[in-house]
Design a protein around this ligand. Sequence first.
Ligand code: SF4
Ligand code: ZN
Length: 727
Amino acid sequence: MSKIIATSAIKGAHTIVGKAEAKLKEAIDAKGPNETVEFPNTGYYLPVIYGITGIKIEKLSDMEQIIKMAKDLLPEVPSEHLWLPYLGNTLDAGIATLFAEEIIEALNYVIGPSPVYDIWLGAADDVIMRERGIEFVDGSAPGFAAVVGAAPDNETAVKLARQMQEKSLYVFLAGQSPEGKTMAEQLAEEGVQLGWDTRLVPFSKDIYGHIYSLGFATRAAMAFGGVTPGDYKRILLYNKNRIFAFVMAIDEVDEEKYATAAGAISYGFPAIAHTSIPQILPTGVCTYEHVVSNVSFDEIVQKSIEVRGLKIVITEIPIPVAYGPAFEGERIRKEDTYLEFGGQKTVAFEWLTMKEIKEVEDGKIEVIGKNIDDVEEHSRLPLGVVVSVAGRKMQEDFESILERQLHHFINGAEGVWHMGQRDIIWVRISKAAKEKGFKLEHFGEIIHAKILADYGSIVDKVQVTIYTDEAKVKELEEKARAAYRVRDDRVAGMTDESIDIYYSCTLCQSFAPNHVCVITPQRLGLCGAYNWLDGKAAYEINPTGANQPIVKGETLDSVKGQWKGINEFLYAKSNQNIGKMNAYSILEDPMTSCGCFECIVAILPLANGVMVVDREFADMTPCGMKFSTLAGTVGGGAQVSGFIGVGKQYLVSEKFISAEGGLKRLVWMPKALKEQIRSYLQKRAEAIGEPDFIDKIADETVATTEEEVLAFMEKAGHPALAMEPMI
Ligand code: SF4
Ligand code: ZN
């Protein structure tokens, strides 16, 4: 990072901490150490200090320990020649700044000047925070902009405000230009209505007033994210992942503004500046870049949205229940379910294909078979969701990307729950949703609206047919499976060694925040829905999306599959939780698992090998756990030695746990899975010089315990018995 920013931010931090200390002394001298100090109507004390340290500030003397903390955090001002290669120091200075600013603002409530006067609103109380904060969480507000300073003229100020309002952003205003102007005043002069209702919120004339922006964000993490006060890591992470905010600096950035921006960067909020300040481009703390400068006023709103990775499209979906990302995490219990599909109980699949423009009738939605009103409560139906899309920029490569989104799209409806993809989906509609009038055609409405909203750049027309007629569903499922196979085969000829770039997938971070799928040509995403070509296509469709190219870099271990570039990427994207990963090992630093794995591979130490169980197999397995119990152990985004979640296709990859000897280690698998991938397995068996290998793999018909597996292996002459011990 640039030494200029570090120096400025650290100098600014020293100034602000100094002011806070002086002001606290002044306040104690005037009112005594026991004087009450608080922001109006909040249960979160001074929220930034409370959230980050867990300390409740109730009287003036409580602030002394915070001043001390801030001073301890303050790094020395670096000499002009010092090169700071990382952000650490500056971030500490940023947090010290925030503590000091919060103290100064709180003291303004005690000894003045009052933060509330003229157009200035001061701190938001908890009622506002709850009412508005939920909008950030449910997606009805895409995020907030913390605007610093004033525009060069009123016209520009109005233009910026309108642009952000159109995008439904909240605009938090604080900080003045060197001439003493603020954007809020510029807007007021032009008769623009300010306040929470118009989303243009004038906090304070002073840059310190942005502590209210961060206080708002901190309280959101505690109120909606359930983060415990004092758990500063999760406070910051929640904000980075859930509160899409950024700093927009529209005039000269002085030392105090730098220091405040450094505080915001700790929250994962990047700074986008109009003036030419040094940029901090490498990503790490923020989702993308930290500081981007020299952005013209014509571009600054759009650029901010891009840098912060905001999803702005807000679509009206014509369904009778609420819709938004907040409902994605909603569970529907069996008792509350009216109608259910799939989940191994009925045939169910979803399949998206590309057609010629003239073959697709946009917006046409049909239900073939029974609808929700035709069945009793607690019923099950087969389900086939067939989506046809067309568009001039559509490519076949994009089909699986769009198809995988159906999960998120459908899950966004209140009272509807969706899991899995392809032919392993499981869907529930709640009684409450049925009461509100939810019908099967509404799946089509959601899919139609969301594909056009999110992928309008490539898709022009969407048609959806929902099948619940069993014979028809079965017939179409065969076709869908053939299509899945074609997709999987396209990547079959490629090897990991022949490619320098792999792809990440972080789609599942919404519920497994540290999980990253690393997708290589020979190891697809563990949900089975994304192979390397899909990763590439997804990146082409959306360069700032969940699939990013990762340059492998130096090979650290070619046998275990470890690369420097991959490790570095993982570290950054796993919230500093995963420092290294071996792509081909189950024992040593294996890949993490979110929860959507098609199969789980687990070590069977006695048998000197591994077993694999797929989601469809519900019975007990030789490792002593059923799939569901295993899934609880393996999922959630941690590295669990001896267990990995994988896509089915990876089982027949040359790189399948090749660090531990590969396919020859496979000693048990469910019979149905064996049959399902038999032709691929046979090919691999021949390649490893074991043409009869399939018959040597035990299944539930011959073994349900590890001892029985071992007995079977001895009888069958399984090659794992002759291999070196796994552990
Ligand atoms: Fe992406 Fe992996 Fe989740 Fe599949 S399981 S959607 S590849 S993160
Ligand atoms: Zn997942």
